[in-house]
Design a protein around this ligand. Structure first.
Ligand SMILES: Nc1ncnc2c1ncn2[C@@H]1O[C@H](COP(=O)(O)OP(=O)(O)OP(=O)(O)O)[C@@H](O)[C@H]1O
Ligand SMILES: [Mg+2]
Ligand SMILES: [Zn+2]
Length: 629
């Protein structure tokens, strides 16, 4: 026997076999059982979800001569003819090719004749929305006063195109796209019945591509089986459907979770070059992260989509990271998924999520400390730019609000190197004008230690001046309007506002500079800066060298005998803060704060030393002419 396509072979022969339209089949069965049949039905809904199938079942049930319950008997002459599609009393009309008034007039003539065999004649008009207006009007007359032996089933994928006059004369059923689980179960059932070997990972790939249509799912299955030479393999099926292979998706998710941003971005690039559907890719990543989350939270769960090996791989991925981290990454990709649908640059949205997701904000406990560190860092940077070489004022400004703290840390952990060594190695600054005593003096002074009640480590300076935060808002605002430009701005850092001019240093390549040389782009940035950065009206762009960075040398500093390590780069950015879990003590957050401050202080001092030589070059030579915005 020749191969029969699965959709045809598996067309349901009973209402019971119709998948995912339970409310509809139940109502129809009740109507059949009670004999309360409407004159006209409308079956509306997207393609391939059972409209024609159900219409034919209804017709056969109405015509079946041996029906006892709601289902057609399947054995009487009518049922047998029905299966063969040769029933004269079931008239199927394709609305797309019989859309004119003539055809409907003929129909109106024919409905007068009684059925050849039983009590009913059933007209199934498919794609009824294609009828012309005149044809609809002609049909309306029949729908108003149909002969008692006539039942109409109008089917459409586009009910909005049907005149309200028609809608008001039909009993309407809205067929729903079939849920992924139900699709998957149907495919599995059919594959088992057909004895076709399959990898379970194939099913989600097909289910997703079918978008709720069982017919589409079955014809994809046909193609994939033919392609796989009678077998169904995940890898080849994914390739066939332009989807990303499951192992690649896994590799990508692993790279993201392990903070290997480079590898993750390469995977996106490769997928894009291979013409894979990035939206589908993002959804696969989300599904995989979701499963990882489930397995992390409930290690004994057995998600249906996974083989034993895959389950173990995801458990391992989950072990490598924290629940919060997975949640955070998952949320980033969920957002990207939503943005990708709207964005003219879906790929950029995906890349942004990839770059952002490992940069999870630290939990609340450390937030405060880091804000203060940020603040201090900003001030140092401003001072360094304004009056290089920087004065110890910058150094001192690290500590307002926490002034008694640093020495306390010193006293407790005498190895904390930071403040005491600062002034000695700093380039000779004019000390007379410093508002606070240099740390060395304070450290050696007995006062703070003997002070009866040290000031609580309240948040340091008011955040109103927080240039870093303001700049983040600028980037976010631009990102919303133009993601590509926003991505470029992510590589720039603000260094200070003076004379109503915000200076930003752009670490980027020639392409990035061109983006910012564009007049329209420039205007976007300036507008955002005016809104977000207090006191800034113009923008001065300074090139910070190619991506590698002219000042990227790493420095580090420790406090508390290595319990806290802070790394900074030559751009005066803190690049890492490592805290020995042993020092994390809920009872004494202040000590931890002190250690972090001390180490950050020192790291920034070292970094500042480094940058001082470099800043000369930046502010001197490299101002790009056409870019004074
Ligand atoms: N709900 C369903 N339950 C079981 N099989 C289904 C279902 N929907 C679709 N199928 C399968 O898909 C095939 C096509 O379905 P059907 O012709 O009923 O779709 P349709 O909704 O009329 O689509 P279209 O709008 O494209 O005409 C069926 O032969 C059957 O194999
Ligand atoms: Mg149909
Ligand atoms: Zn029958």
């Amino acid at each position: 026997m020749s191969y029969q396509v699965l959709a045809r072979k598996w067309r349901p022969q009973t209402f019971d076999a119709v998948v995912g339209q339970d409310a509809i089949t139940r109502t129809l069965r009740n109507a059949l059982a009670s004999g309360r049949i409407a004159h006209a039905y409308l079956f509306a809904g997207p393609r391939g979800i059972g409209k024609t199938t159900t219409a034919r079942l209804l017709a056969r049930a109405l015509l079946c001569t041996a029906r006892t319950g709601p289902e057609p008997c399947g054995k009487c002459a009518v049922c047998v003819e029905g299966l063969a599609g040769t029933l004269v009393d079931v008239i199927e009309i394709d609305g797309a090719s019989n859309r004119g008034i003539e055809e409907i007039r003929t129909l109106r003539e024919n409905v007068k004749y009684t059925p050849a065999r039983g009590r009913y004649k059933v007209y199934i008009i498919d794609e009824v929305h294609q009828l012309t207006e005149a044809a609809f009007n002609a049909l309306l007359k029949t729908l108003e006063e149909p002969p008692p032996h006539i039942v109409f089933v109008l089917a459409t994928t586009d009910p909005r195109e049907i005149p309200p006059t028609v809608l008001s004369r039909v009993q309407r059923f809205d067929f729903r796209p079939i849920a992924p689980d139900a699709l998957r179960a149907s495919l599995e059932h059919i594959l088992n019945e057909e004895k076709i070997p399959f990898e379970p990972a194939t099913l989600p790939v097909i289910v997703r591509a079918a978008e709720g249509s069982l017919r589409d799912a079955l014809s994809l299955l046909d193609t994939a089986i033919a392609y796989g030479d009678g077998r169904l393999e995940a890898e080849t099926t994914a390739k066939l459907l332009g989807a990303t292979a499951p192992v690649t998706v896994r590799a990508f998710a692993t790279a993201v979770v392990e903070h290997d941003t480079g590898a993750a971005l390469e995977a996106i690039d490769r997928a894009a070059r291979d013409g894979e559907d990035l939206l589908a890719f993002a959804r696969d990543v989300i599904e995989l992260l979701r499963l990882t989350l489930v397995l992390k939270a409930a290690p004994n769960a057995k998600p249906a989509d996974l083989t034993h090996t895959e389950g173990n791989e995801l458990r391992k991925l989950g072990e490598a990271t924290g629940l919060d981290e997975i949640l955070y990454v998952l949320r980033a990709f969920l957002e990207a998924d939503a943005l990708m649908r709207e964005s003219p640059h879906p790929r950029v949205e995906l890349e942004i999520a990839t770059v952002r997701s490992p940069r999870r904000p630290v939990p609340q406990a450390l937030d405060d400390v880091l804000r203060r560190v940020d603040e201090a860092q900003r001030e140092i940077r401003q001072q360094a730019l304004a009056t290089p070489p920087a004065t110890p004022a910058a150094q001192a400004s690290l500590l307002p609000g926490a002034e008694p703290a640093a020495p306390r840390a010193e006293a407790r952990r005498s190895s904390a190197p930071a403040p005491s060594s600062a002034p000695s190695s700093a380039p000779a600054p004019p000390r007379a004008s410093t508002p606070a005593p240099p740390p060395a003096q304070r450290a050696s002074s007995p006062t703070p230690q003997s002070a009866p009640a040290p000031a609580p480590a309240a948040p340091a300076a008011p955040p109103s001046q927080d240039l870093v935060t303001a700049w983040e808002r600028v980037v976010d605002e631009v990102m919303k309007k133009k993601p590509t430009l926003g991505a470029v701005l992510m590589q720039a850092r603000p260094t200070g506002v003076s004379d109503r001019e915000l200076t930003i240093v752009l670490v980027g390549n020639h392409f990035h500079r061109e983006m910012l040389a564009d007049v329209a782009n420039r205007e976007l940035v300036v507008q955002a800066v005016r809104r977000c950065v207090a006191g800034a009206e113009r923008v001065n762009l300074v090139a910070g060298g190619e991506a590698a960075g002219a000042v990227a040398t790493q420095v580090d500093a420790t406090a508390g005998g290595g319990m806290v390590t802070v790394e900074a780069n030559g751009k005066q950015e803190l690049t890492a803060i490592k805290i020995d879990p042993e020092v994390v003590n809920k009872e004494d957050v202040q000590m931890l704060e002190d250690l972090v401050l001390a180490a950050a202080n020192e790291a920034l001092r070292k970094s500042r030393e480094l940058v001082q030589q470099e800043l000369g070059k930046l502010t001197g030579g490299l101002k790009i002419p056409g870019l004074g915005m």
